[in-house]
Design a protein around this ligand. Structure first.
Ligand code: GLN
Length: 192
């Protein structure tokens, strides 16, 4: 299995390390040709406006949309924003997932936090019981899920922090910044 990580901006190297830990061939994607032969793509956290502008500059928008119509894509934090249909402001988006997001919904960098999530799909796929410890850094919330998209996880107060639409996955938090490989394993099960 070959998984690409969009390497325009943000913490792509942490995702590559996580994939290598799982014994998966991982490569950096910067140009449309880098998508050839991949089974899935991860779009990392960072700054969604910057990722979007660079994707426009490198003519990646349409190739990424085409890729996402057939293959698995997972966006973490800024990557989830980039996958969404609407981020309530004018910035380049892939619009692949039927989700709307609110950027920086928990406040500034100092309001970053961690939380234990109960994610049934993850537990089932990895045959584990432990809650998932999630890291939120200037995270978006998923305001609304419609169409084919489904809620995968919400905080105790109901705010949605993970969604799935077929092979497309969006998480507000950063599994690549923890030692827990279960979310990456879950994504690999979608890409397979
Ligand atoms: N605040 C960033 C944005 O709106 C996302 C932050 C992150 O990816 N950790 O794009």
């Amino acid at each position: 299995m070959n998984i690409g990580v969009l390497a325009l901006q943000g913490d792509f190297s942490e995702h590559i390390s996580m994939l290598k830990r799982l014994g998966v061939a991982a490569s950096e994607v910067r140009l449309p040709k880098d998508l050839v032969g991949l089974d899935g793509l991860i779009i990392p956290g960072g700054e969604s406006t910057t990722i979007g502008k660079l994707a426009v500059a490198y003519d990646l928008i349409e190739p990424l949309r085409q890729f996402g119509r057939e293959k698995a894509i997972w966006g973490t934090c800024a990557g989830a924003i980039f996958l969404s249909r609407d981020a309530r402001r004018d910035q380049p988006l892939l619009g692949l997932m039927d989700i709307t997001v609110i950027r920086n919904a928990f406040g500034a960098q100092v309001d970053s936090f961690e939380a234990d999530l109960e994610i049934d799909a993850l537990k089932q796929a990895t045959h584990t019981e432990a809650p998932y410890h999630a890291v939120f850094i200037r995270a978006p919330i998923i305001e609304n899920v419609s169409g084919e998209a489904k809620i995968l996880s919400a905080l105790a107060d109901g705010r949605i922090v993970a969604a799935q639409q077929g092979k497309l996955l969006a998480t507000s938090f950063h599994p690549e910044l923890t030692g827990d490989t279960r979310f990456h394993e879950y994504f690999l099960s979608l890409a397979r």
